[in-house]
Write a protein that binds this ligand. Sequence first.
Ligand SMILES: Nc1ncnc2c1ncn2[C@@H]1O[C@H](COP(=O)(O)OP(=O)(O)OP(=O)(O)O)[C@@H](O)[C@H]1O
Ligand SMILES: [Mg+2]
Length: 374
Amino acid sequence: MAKCLVIDNGSLSLKVGFSSQDSPKAIIPTLVGRNRNGESDVIAVGDEASERRAELLVSSPLSRGVVNDTAWDDMERLWRHAIDTVGVDPSETRILLSEPYYFPAKSRTKLMEIWFEKFNARSIASCTAPLLSLLSSGTSTGVVVEIGESLSNVIAVTSGGVERSHGTYKNFAVTGNHITDNLCRLLSFRGFSLGTRSAVGREIVRDIKEQLCYVAFDHKEENDLSSTLEKVYTLPDGAEVRLAEERFQATEPLFNPDMLGLECSALHTAISDAITRSAIDMRRDLYSNIYLCGGSSMFPGLPDRIEKELIAVAPPKAPVQVVHERTAPYSTWLGGAVLGLLENRKVWVHDLDYKELGAEQTASVETAPCNPYA
Ligand SMILES: Nc1ncnc2c1ncn2[C@@H]1O[C@H](COP(=O)(O)OP(=O)(O)OP(=O)(O)O)[C@@H](O)[C@H]1O
Ligand SMILES: [Mg+2]
């Protein structure tokens, strides 16, 4: 069986590796860097762009899972860098890519063009990210709650299918990016304004968030305890930042998005709505398999808080259970790796089909086989 290279296209990082492995071989920052006035060609990609962010103007070509219209060349560079990093020739391996739930046909067309025409790929699959995440859990029914860097969704999947017209998809708006911004703002009240002033400062705040933030089980009770929660973060120059209530206040908008002025449902409400809009005979299964994934699912306390809030709004005997695996930060990639082993699934587009049908037809919404369960 030909090898399969799996790339989960995230706006913070590309997760890249082979389907025979159980974790990505490389995690590449989704960044390109140009000179400070932004006028030069790209001079650094991936880790190098990240390390040189103080000196360069860095940007991510991806936002909310979609490549910005003017950034396809940057995306191509990143993919080329990914291929080089793991050392494969796309003409000798199958390529499986993740795409967001709502992926414009014109984006898929462009993606096919790049992979078939620039990289000479032989076979490609571009599959819906939340469905890949569910596939990694080994089930075909569940609520996928994915919280990434610039994209979060809640989606109820029954027997591998999503009934779009029933509204079982909720575009839940609070992302890791919002939580980093919120922590920047909270820390600036303490006189630490680095996060609001520079790209390097913001990166430090992101690290503080990942190291020290968590989700309170009860926000009000936690506020009363806040003086005992103090932790110290040591900055690269040896200075110290103290955090107490900021540790859980930063994440609270997940359950109270209006704290950030966002007009979207709270996380537990989005989950509950997705379930109650699904077929009545599937709801018990959905309540008992709420599958939490994405990098921003890693805050300690998040699964317990979701369970608590859901139990409060669910029917009395609903078997609420949140599943959160150690592999949650890369479960989309992992689902791709499982699917990559199944060469006979109908997700593959081959170079011969592409040549015969052309990019647009191959990538059209009706024909694109982006559902890994199909
Ligand atoms: N241990 C952690 N605790 C809390 N947040 C974390 C942790 N590790 C990573 N994150 C956050 O997860 C987010 C990145 O998640 P993820 O890798 O799923 O995003 P992505 O796939 O690159 O982006 P997209 O939103 O486009 O899917 C960032 O906001 C990051 O700060
Ligand atoms: Mg992602």
